[in-house]
Design a protein around this ligand. Structure first.
Ligand code: FAD
Ligand code: NAD
Length: 478
């Protein structure tokens, strides 16, 4: 293998591998460097998303949902299932099989696109020279006209709750518990806390979530966050806001957690604790001081709107740069950068990136929240519609939640959509398409939605924006 490429991508997560494939499709001689190695000594591709993130968490969310359905909700449908058993080892094996299938798929795609895969830990030095240390300790140097940094992120740590890898774990540890914890403490009621807390709660854990902020899901639309909080409480998640963990102590088979809440000190004992307090960009050993790459005060690589760093020919994408830490955001940055390297004026609409919490029901959002519009002084219209009035939701027994649509009061242009409820992710994706096509609320009102579908809640919420929903009594508009 030559040591000179058109493009070298560091990191094979959803940002890096997608960028590499698109570069190769555009005829660029491309290499990907990945430090993760499987037991077979082969590079372990796919990054956080495929190995310890999106995919394994969704596998467990789906398995645990089926268990909870069988153990409880199927009776509502008149279906009796006796003698339900839980095989955690089997559930984990299924998850691992899915991960292996997808990581193997990435390997196959890179091979089919003639992308070279280099195993080792990479550091970018001056002059776009990349030094790679193999797992055996051998050092090689590669150069390229373009370097794409896609090193991802890792779980953030907090001093009062150091991980021991057994009783106190991060998200990776929480994806492979060998038994259901009796009492599970979760520090951080964000996306990971809610998803993994839900997995173990459905399988039987008593889950207590300790969240430092006084507000639940502060980046979400406030009305949808409040509605979601009620639904999660009904499901048994004990979410304590304004709870600051000050100490943890592992003793015997438990963890004692001390936290303060409204100036009082409290203590709880758990079988296991998950620390889910955010993620930090993996940039500390990624480049040398003379590489020309700069970072902000939180360690994110400084880039412009097109993911170009301050060093000529060096780009950065995915979790190591500003913006939401989401797989699809990183992948689309990867495509944009590949196109730009090839000379096209590609860009990404950062205003229209959907985000989803894969609880049941899901919570999903795109565009502006109501509080953002208020603080920006935008004159807006709002329409909401509850799933309880949707025939398909009633038929499915999935009546919790609502759709909320926000649009500009003057132009009628869609500005945001927020959903908690069945198929929320897919419903919000409809609005992503609508916003990208510059649709108005009236466009949605005039469209025909199939009956009976959950999508009818989108139609009705759009009608409700102008006080003309059919299947509920419209409140007078402000
Ligand atoms: P990563 O996926 O982290 O990949 C970076 C890769 O670079 C890694 O393989 C790493 O080994 C490699 N690397 C790092 N440094 C070097 C180096 N110096 N040399 C060589 N290789 C290096 N996002 C969603 O959109 N939807 C979800 O449902 C979702 N669920 C999640 C669930 C969990 C539990 C977690 C933890 C995350 C989840 N995320 C989800 C977030 C998502 O996983 C990340 O946003 C995404 O993986 C980031 O992609 P990336 O390519 O930037 O980085
Ligand atoms: P997060 O930012 O979503 O939530 C972290 C929570 O921890 C916040 O509510 C924060 O206030 C709280 N917190 C911080 N310090 C604390 C402390 N000392 N004590 C108690 N609470 C504290 O981060 P996360 O849940 O760790 O997820 C990390 C990233 O991974 C997110 O940016 C997310 O986008 C991504 N992710 C996405 C998905 C998805 O798209 N479905 C799923 C999982 C993770």
């Amino acid at each position: 293998m030559s040591n000179q490429f058109d493009v070298v991508v560091i990191g094979s997560g959803p940002a890096g591998y997608v960028c590499a494939i698109r570069c190769a499709q555009l005829g660029l001689n491309t290499a990907v460097i990945e430090q993760n190695v499987a037991e077979s000594s082969q590079p372990l591709l796919g990054g956080t998303c495929l190995n310890v993130g999106c995919i394994p968490s969704k596998a467990l969310l789906d398995s645990s949902h089926r268990y909870a359905e069988a153990a409880g909700h199927l009776a509502d449908h008149g279906i009796g299932v006796g003698g339900i058993t839980l095989d955690i080892a089997g559930m984990m094996a299924r998850k691992e099989k899915i991960v292996a299938q997808l990581t193997g798929g990435v390997s196959g795609l890179l091979k089919a696109n003639a992308v070279s895969v280099i195993t080792g830990s990479a550091t970018l030095n001056a002059g776009r020279n990349v030094e790679v240390t193999s797992p055996e300790g051998e050092v090689s140097t590669y150069t390229a006209d373009h370097i794409v940094l896609a090193a991802g992120s890792e779980p953030a740590a907090i001093p009062p709750a150091p991980l021991d890898g057994d009783r106190i774990v991060d998200s990776t540890g929480a994806l492979c518990f060998e038994e259901v914890p009796g009492r599970l403490g979760v520090i951080g009621a964000g996306v990971i806390g809610l998803e993994l807390g839900s997995v173990w709660a459905r399988l039987g854990s008593e889950v207590v979530m300790l969240e430092a902020m006084d507000q639940f899901l502060p980046n979400m639309d406030e009305q949808i966050a409040a509605e979601s909080g009620k639904i999660f409480a009904k499901q048994g998640l004990d979410i304590r806001l304004g709870a600051r963990v000050t100490d943890t102590e592992i003793s015997g088979d438990g963890v004692s957690v001390t936290y303060t809440h409204k100036d009082a000190t409290h203590q709880e004992t758990f079988d296991r604790v998950i620390v889910a307090v955010g993620r930090t960009p993996r940039t500390d050993k990624l480049f040398s001081a003379d590489s020309g790459v700069t970072v902000d005060e939180r360690g994110f690589v400084f880039v412009n709107d097109y993911c170009a760093t301050e060093a000529p020919g060096v780009w950065a994408i995915g979790d190591i740069v500003r913006g939401p830490m989401l797989a699809h955001k990183g992948s689309e940055e990867g495509v944009m950068v590949a196109e730009r390297i090839h000379g096209k004026a590609a860009q990404l609409n950062y205003e229209v990136i959907p985000s989803i919490i894969y609880t049941h029901p899901e919570v999903a959002a795109v565009g502006k929240t109501e509080q953002e519009l208020k603080s920006e002084g935008v004159d807006y219209k709002v329409g909401t519609f509850p799933f309880a009035a949707i025939g398909r939701a009633l038929a499915s027994g999935e009546t919790d939640g609502m759709v909320k649509i926000l649009s500009d009061a003057d132009s009628d242009q869609l500005l945001g959509a927020h959903v908690v409820g069945p198929s929320a992710a897919d419903l919000v994706q409809q609005i992503v398409i609508a916003i990208e096509m510059a649709a108005s609320t009236e466009d949605l009102q005039l469209m025909v939605f199939g009956h009976p579908t959950m999508s009818e809640a989108v139609h009705e919420a759009a009608l409700a924006v102008d006080g003309r929903a059919i299947h509920m009594v419209n409140r007078p508009k402000r």
